[in-house]
Design a protein around this ligand. Structure first.
Ligand SMILES: O=P(O)(O)OC[C@H]1O[C@H](O[C@H]2O[C@H](CO)[C@@H](O)[C@H](O)[C@H]2O)[C@H](O)[C@@H](O)[C@@H]1O
Length: 366
């Protein structure tokens, strides 16, 4: 077993005080540094001198190889143990998680890549297993369930293939509900909901997508993905020596589009409209559409692995209501309260949630 694969158990209850659902401000785990913010605002597309070094550093930080090497240097085991105290396993603390739902309707929000499907080199081959699909289908039978993804909504639907779910594609900028309303929901408007707050950006995103494809075509391994209201530029398969050149190219395209901003995910640049809309806003929108604007009625459970999921974790913290679960094998600065290591653990958690709901007699239903 490699060092990274070692699961550091959460110390016994007696030794470690049970974490609050939402300790605020979120405690910083020892040795975990806040990630550099890569958002480029209006007009700052390519101008900032000396920024390329920062970009490459951040690109390295999103590479597991570098993260592992850095973690090893900084005494990985100790850091992980400290981090796990602050972000215990949602499986290990399952009873604590579901206890918070007493008298409330659980609503489940699931990120796709890295949460329901393993991270792979080819974004077009990020398939979800049939067993995971069955688990998500079972969850949706019991709880309103939404997929919240950076991908184009149609593409994520092609992977998930479950018509009974809500889908929020393009980082929440393209929200669609199932044709049939959930019996668990309280609001009629949840049925057939469609919300696209960035629709005026469509022509601009098309243009930028074309420019990025053209500009990056000579960088081996670079892949530009059109996610409808946003564009991804992947560098997972790009030689590290070309990362700086790629970052420069993306920035040079964006300098003509001050209404677009650049953020970074797992070995990917994400070009998005500057509108104040993200996965956190999508979560709030969906809760309201489902008739659960009031925190007293609902327990949102959000599971995700990426930086963009942090917007949703922050919303849960701000509401003081909900369970944020980060999928990660490594300590990361996060606003989530709990952790799961990988998609296989996400599936186990979902199945346990279904089983718990089946066995639960006392909890009121809507
Ligand atoms: O919000 P998500 O559903 O997590 O989408 C975020 C990005 O996910 C995809 O990229 C990531 O997964 C790929 C396949 O495993 C991997 O090759 C890539 O390195 C990851 O960043 C998707 O392709 C992007 O468009 C999404 O923005």
């Amino acid at each position: 077993m490699t060092k990274q694969a070692v699961v550091v158990p959460v110390p016994p209850e007696a030794a470690v005080p049970a974490p609050q659902l939402f300790p605020y401000p979120p405690p910083r785990a020892a040795g975990v540094r806040r990630k550099q913010c890569l958002t480029i605002g209006a007009g700052a597309g390519a101008g900032a001198p000396g920024r390329v070094g920062g970009w490459v550093e951040s690109m390295r930080a999103s590479s597991p190889t570098h993260a592992r090497a850095a973690a090893a240097l900084a005494d990985d085991d100790d850091r992980r143990a400290a981090w796990m105290v602050q972000h215990p396993s949602a499986l290990g603390k399952f009873e604590q998680v579901v206890a918070a739902s007493k008298g409330k309707q659980i609503v489940v929000f699931l990120d796709y890549d890295g949460t329901l499907s393993p991270i792979v080199d080819d974004p077009d081959a990020a398939y979800m297993s049939d067993t995971m699909r069955r688990a998500v289908r079972s969850v949706a039978k019991h709880f309103p369930t939404a997929i919240v993804s950076g991908r184009c909504r149609d593409k994520v639907f092609e992977f998930v293939k479950l018509a009974e779910l809500y889908y929020a594609g393009s980082h929440g900028m393209d929200i669609k509900g199932p044709a049939k309303a959930y019996r668990h929901t309280k609001a009629a408007k949840a049925k057939g909901v469609l919300f696209q707050p960035a629709s005026q950006f469509l022509p601009m995103i098309e243009q930028v997508h074309e420019s990025l494809v053209e500009k990056t075509k000579d960088i081996p391994g670079a892949k530009v993905e059109n996610n409808k209201f946003c564009v991804s530029v992947h560098f997972r398969c790009v030689d590290e020596k070309s990362w700086s050149a790629l970052a420069d190219m993306v920035k040079s395209v964006l300098k003509d589009y001050p209404k677009l901003k650049l953020t970074q995910g797992r070995m990917v640049f994400e070009v998005r409209p500057t509108i104040k809309w993200d996965k956190g806003k999508a979560l709030e929108f969906l809760l309201e559409s489902l008739g659960f604007a009031d925190c007293a009625d609902v327990l949102p459970v959000y599971i995700g692995d990426d930086r963009t999921d942090e917007d949703a974790f922050k919303v849960l913290r701000k509401r003081g209501n909900g369970v944020g679960i980060l999928v990660s094998k490594h300590p990361k600065d996060t606003s989530a309260s709990y952790s799961l290591q990988e998609p296989a653990e996400v599936m186990e958690f979902l199945l346990r949630l279904v089983e718990w709901e089946r066995l639960s007699k006392a909890r009121p239903k809507w």
